[in-house]
Design a protein around this ligand. Structure first.
Ligand SMILES: [Fe+2]
Length: 304
């Protein structure tokens, strides 16, 4: 195969799973967040710390993220306004997350991925409403990955094809979106970090303890959820991303996995189903859900 360098010089330099429960921001106490905490969920926050250190060695221009909390039902949408600045309040946890965000969007790359996906037969749309409220999944994952907010982002919506059709249809679409994303990045000349923003098992508690950060109350919801998380983790660590995709319908069904939003399948497809081992930065639970922080060092491992 010809080196992809001839195709425009752009490349995906790394891909990460960066989960977005607002509890992690609450526990970090960044100046942008109004509620203040006594910490909590340290294993995951240390995992993010390790990942940030690792990414310091990675040179990238743009973050491209797909979040399950920007849900669109007619096609895949892309943020298409240069700057978004507002207060994001989590609808479920307004006591934990009231975050002042100010982000830059790489419209050029967003439009390039949009156009490529459209040329590849997908239904797409640029989101050009300047008053649009950016979803908290995008905000939390981007903040914890790059708290300085000094890189522009491309934010991609989660087309809820799983709800209209099935996990299988969602996967077909995300495999195509991943390919279109990769082609557009290669042609762009830019170096890109991909973020799949999702938890693994997603059965959560239905009541909150008096002190949300009381870690004596934190654990996985059930043994079955733990077994599912460990199975998916082992497959990923062994480089069996194709098998993860093949087992996704059962994983989503039985573990209510948040990968039903498509971000994981999309990222694996964009990385061309990596078979090398990723870096495991951390695993932990948040209100009973399973979360991993993992990094595919794509450029270092010879990924195209
Ligand atoms: Fe979520």
């Amino acid at each position: 195969m010809l080196p992809r360098l001839f195709m425009g010089g752009g490349k995906i330099v790394a891909g990460i799973i960066a989960p977005h429960p607002p509890h992690l921001i609450y526990a970090e106490n960044p100046p942008q967040n109004e509620p203040k905490s006594e910490g909590g969920w340290e294993q995951l926050r240390w995992g993010y710390e390790r990942m940030r250190e690792s990414l310091e060695e990675v040179d990238y221009d743009v973050i491209v993220i797909l979040s399950p909390h920007w849900q669109t039902y007619v096609g895949t949408h892309f943020l298409g306004v240069e700057n978004f600045k507002s207060l994001s309040v989590d609808p479920i946890f307004p006591n934990l997350f009231r975050f002042n965000y100010d982000m830059q969007v790489d419209i050029e790359l967003a439009k390039a991925i949009h156009d490529q996906a459209e040329a590849d037969g997908m239904a797409v749309k640029m989101m050009e409403n300047p008053d649009f409220r950016v979803d908290y999944g995008t905000i939390v994952s981007c903040h914890l990955t790059r708290p300085d907010w000094d890189k522009p982002i491309v934010s991609i919506s989660s087309n809820r094809s799983r709800h209209y059709y099935s996990v299988e249809v969602m996967q077909e679409m995300m495999m195509q979106l991943g390919e279109s994303t990769r082609k557009a990045i290669e042609a762009s000349g830019k170096r890109v970090l991909l973020i799949a923003s999702n938890s693994l098992s997603h059965r959560h508690f239905t009541t909150e303890s008096a002190i949300p950060e009381d870690m004596s109350k934190e654990h996985i919801t059930s043994h079955a959820m733990h077994l599912w998380d460990m199975r998916i983790l082992d497959l990923m660590r062994e480089g069996k991303t194709q098998q993860v995709v093949e087992e996704m319908p059962e994983f989503v069904e039985q573990a209510i996995s948040e990968s039903d939003g498509g971000s994981l399948t999309w990222m694996f497809s964009a990385l061309e189903m990596p078979t090398y081992s990723p870096l495991m930065h951390g695993y932990g639970t948040i209100i009973g859900t399973g979360n991993v922080i993992m990094e595919w060092q794509h450029e270092k491992k010879g990924g195209v």
